[in-house]
Design a binder for this molecule. Structure first.
Ligand code: GPU
Length: 838
């Protein structure tokens, strides 16, 4: 049956080495066997989805072998391990990544071609694992890739949501959310029904004196939910190291399923208990940079922290080492404050269950944890109400109070004159109701706190954690600037550029040491290289143009300047500034003579991103973008000069198509609000330029690539406070161009003006918190500079190539090495044998 589908086109490759032929044959047999036996499908009616499933299962087999060896090797060597606790892992697709990491993509491509399929079509059958919202979750995924690629003994711990981030549809210009039930077929996870942990909620605390007169607390009664482990292999690039991502799924504890009820005919209510337990890991909260204090979210957090810590402690105890060795064996990194409960949970295990004294336990806890902060936005800082805590986690609340008491006593001793300090730094906010400030708890319970870009790491020391710098000194604070994995974000997303780079650098070593990219600079004047580089960008734009046509019906000119802003929709990220700028461009075009129009460089303005379902303002921004697109794209006066596109359901796999196709991308947050940003790095690495504010990692990108290669604009973070003040207390006038934009909206040029009035009034009436009016002029002027620069294609190309060559710093490998050295104190563990296929 295989032969009947064979195409002659792949025959050439069969002339390669006998070894390659052997691997090809074996792989192909494995794929066919999986299709025929694991899936019980006939090869005669094998469709793309079966071809995907067969290929995925064949590669999974390979990963599993290395995975088992890695785990055995780690168990035997028992080195210090890193545990990365994150409520989000935005992994995207796994097959392409697995094939590239194992080094067999080309062979597999031939294999599936032989079965009558194109590899791209096979790959695109896979659903994204979308267990995250945005940058924070994608960072966790890049970190897992780097940890494995650098051979660090590391585990990720998260939740196995039944529903990942919702799928976005645009219906009549509005966002509609569709549930993402992604688990129908997921060959990349392994249920471990033997690895379960009972997790307790509610109940009460009984205190008594034991036979030695020691005060003991027991957390009793309440209800139990069971955590079941699901493991996903995380292959490293060209190494046999295959780490583990363990995701917990909730179900009713075995004793919990009420057979009494069941037998007495109350079948429904006993199923109800089951369902209630399963609710815990049912759905990812779809908020980015926002906390809403929902009880179920706190339950998710405790469920996941408790299960993970139980697992980590169990592994440690197998080594029979003394408790004081715990921080020498275990480093736990908290991805934002979401896993902060792990701190009181470890303290509880050590004192209530293991019988350690408070001080000894607390010293172990502090040495074990590190905390990464990802935002200074006040609405994103987690706070939980004390009554909710008391109800759900009574023992933990007591422990938090004790932690706070010890901490405040320390502060009082050291700052006796600053009485207000105690109230400011207390873990408990004295509000109505009282609140637990999770960031303070995370900071106090960790030995290091880090921000994610230099500016951000400076800002946390002068704003939200100012007092804590006085209390602990500056050494408790560090910066680790974010990075991205070049495997996915160059090699996988942009294979032709990756190949071009490899051809100049003598191979793919740069994918393991991205600083080697600097060697590209010597080809910046090389005619052939330049031509090839430019052709690749064009091909990537063509691919995106095709995708835009398929998904929106709009034809765009692939030679136009592609101007892209894709990220979560948020007022601080200022998609509204972008769309106001687009409207201003549209009005300008309308006012031009035909001669003037001829001089203008054609543009395609591309937007993409999800709005949190309850974030009304963000949804309004989306509908304005769609409404402007509707008008502009159908205006005969405008033609190719401007197209406005909103791409539905932006996610990781779509980013892999979008990112390589930009000429300019927009990273235009109000200065001081975007902690780092990571897509800025992806776009530049793929040969695009940036328009951006002096915010987050844009500043370090500028330092690396040179300010002649980036288009910066807008006010600086140190001026933001005063500017906001001026809006609130001054009588602020919106300038001419922006007023023109507002007039056009209010005249109904883009449909019913009432739909968009909140966007206008947030600027003209409500204090313009995000400083859209302050930055508008400089934004428009900078876009004019970009138009001019793009006209000179040779100079533009030089900027792009030079920038790529200087992006070595932004690999997540560099980032992980910094964490390993300055925060975790862990070392790589070389795999026993290298994987034969690498
Ligand atoms: N970030 Br807090 C998220 O994506 N979600 C969040 O809830 C929080 C932060 C992002 C930051 O906004 C972004 O600037 C940063 O690059 C990213 O985390 C990774 O550090």
């Amino acid at each position: 049956p295989v032969h009947s589908r064979r195409k002659t086109s792949s025959r050439q490759a069969f002339t390669a080495t006998p070894f390659r032929l052997l691997v090809l044959t074996i792989l192909q047999n494995e794929v066919v066997r999986h299709i025929e036996t694991t899936l019980a499908r006939s090869l005669f009616n094998c469709d793309e989805s079966a071809a995907y499933a067969g290929t995925a299962l064949a590669f999974r087999d390979r990963l599993v072998i290395d995975w088992n060896k890695t785990q055995q090797n780690q168990t035997f060597a028992d080195p210090k391990r890193v545990y990365y606790l994150s409520l989000e892992f935005l992994m995207g697709r796994a097959l392409d990544n697995a094939m590239l990491n194992v080094g067999l993509k080309d062979v597999a491509k031939e294999g599936v071609q032989d079965l009558g399929f194109r590899m791209e079509d096979v790959i695109s059958q896979e659903r994204d694992a979308a267990l995250g919202n945005g940058g924070l979750g994608r960072l966790a995924a890049c970190f897992l890739d780097s940890l494995a690629s650098l051979n660090y003994p590391a585990w990720g711990y998260g939740l196995r949501y039944r529903y990942g981030i919702f799928k976005q549809e645009i219906v009549d210009g509005y966002q509609v959310e569709i549930p993402d039930y992604w688990l129908d077929f997921n060959p990349w996870e392994f249920p471990r029904h033997d690895i379960t942990v009972d997790i307790q909620f509610y109940g009460n605390v009984r205190k008594y004196q034991d036979e030695n007169g020691k005060q003991v607390s027991v957390w009793e009664e309440g209800e139990i939910v069971q955590a079941v482990a699901y493991d996903c292999p995380i292959p490293g690039y060209q190494t046999a190291t295959t780490n583990n991502l363990r995701l917990w799924s909730s179900k009713a504890a075995s004793g919990e399923f009420d057979f009494q009820k069941f037998n007495s005919g109350e079948y429904e209510s006993s199923v109800g208990d089951q369902q209630r337990a399963e609710t815990i890991s049912a759905v990812l909260y779809p908020n980015d940079n926002l906390e809403r204090g929902k009880e179920l979210r706190l339950k998710q957090q405790y469920f996941w922290c408790a299960a993970s810590l139980y697992d980590i402690v169990r592994r440690f105890k197998k080594s029979k080492k003394a408790w004081r060795e715990f921080p020498n064996q275990v480093a736990i990194q908290l991805n934002d404050t979401h896993p902060t409960l792990a701190i009181p949970e470890l303290q509880r295990i050590l004192i209530d269950q293991e019988g350690l004294e408070w001080d000894e336990a607390w010293s172990i806890v502090q040495k074990t944890f590190g905390y990464t902060n990802h935002t200074v936005l006040p609405e994103a800082l987690e706070k939980w109400s004390v009554p909710l805590f008391q109800h759900l986690l009574p023992r933990h609340l007591q422990i938090i109070y004790d932690i706070n008491m010890h901490f405040l006593q320390y502060v009082e001793r050291n700052f006796p004159k600053d009485r207000d300090m105690l109230g400011r730094v207390s873990i408990i906010e004295e509000s109505q109701p009282k609140m637990v400030r999770m960031a303070y708890l995370a900071l106090i319970g960790s030995h290091k706190v880090n921000g994610v870009a230099e500016l951000h790491s400076d800002l946390i020391k002068t704003t939200i954690f100012k007092d804590f710098v006085k209390i602990y000194g500056p050494d408790k604070f560090a910066n680790v600037t974010n990075g991205i994995t070049p495997r996915r974000w160059l090699h996988q997303a942009n294979p032709r550029l990756s190949e071009l780079v490899a051809s100049k650098l003598g191979g793919y070593d740069y994918l393991k040491d991205l600083t080697l990219l600097h060697k590209l600079e010597k080809y910046v004047d090389d005619k052939d290289f330049r031509k090839e580089f430019q052709e690749i960008k064009y091909a990537n734009k063509l691919r995106l143009a095709k995708y835009i046509k398929e998904s929106t019906g709009v034809s765009v000119n692939p030679s136009a300047l592609f101007d892209i802003q894709v990220k979560r929709i948020h007022e601080y990220k200022r998609q509204q500034l972008n769309i106001f700028g687009v409207i201003q461009r549209y009005l300008a075009i309308k006012a031009m003579s035909p001669e003037e129009r001829k001089k203008l460089a054609p543009r395609v303005s591309i937007f993409g991103g999800k709005a949190a379902p309850g974030y009304w303002m963000a949804k309004t921004i989306i509908s304005l973008v769609c409404a402007v697109g509707e008008v502009v794209n159908n205006d005969k006066d405008v033609g190719d000069l401007l197209k406005v596109i909103f791409l539905e359901d932006y996610n990781v796999s779509k980013a892999e198509i979008i990112v390589p196709a930009s000429d300019i991308s927009e990273h235009i947050s109000t200065a001081g609000t975007e902690a780092s940003g990571t897509s800025n790095m992806k776009f530049v690495l793929n040969g695009g330029l940036i328009i951006g504010t002096c915010d987050g990692a844009n500043i370090e990108i500028t330092r690396e690539i040179g300010d002649e290669n980036i288009f910066l604009f807008g006010n600086l973070s140190e001026d933001v406070e005063d500017l906001r003040h001026a809006h609130v207390y001054g009588n602020y006038e919106v300038n001419g161009d922006l007023q023109g934009v507002f007039n056009a909206i209010q005249q109904g040029k883009f449909g019913d003006a009432n739909r968009f009035s909140a966007l206008v009034s947030s600027v003209v009436e409500h204090g313009d918190y995000y400083l859209v009016s302050d930055d508008f002029d400089s934004y428009i002027k900078t876009h004019a500079v970009i138009d001019e620069a793009y006209r000179d294609q040779e100079t533009w190309l030089t900027k792009c190539i030079t920038s790529v060559a200087r992006m070595g710093f932004f690999s997540s490998d560099r980032c992980i090495d910094e964490y390993a050295e300055t925060i975790w104190n862990v070392e790589p563990l070389k795999p026993k044998e290298t994987n034969g296929s690498a």
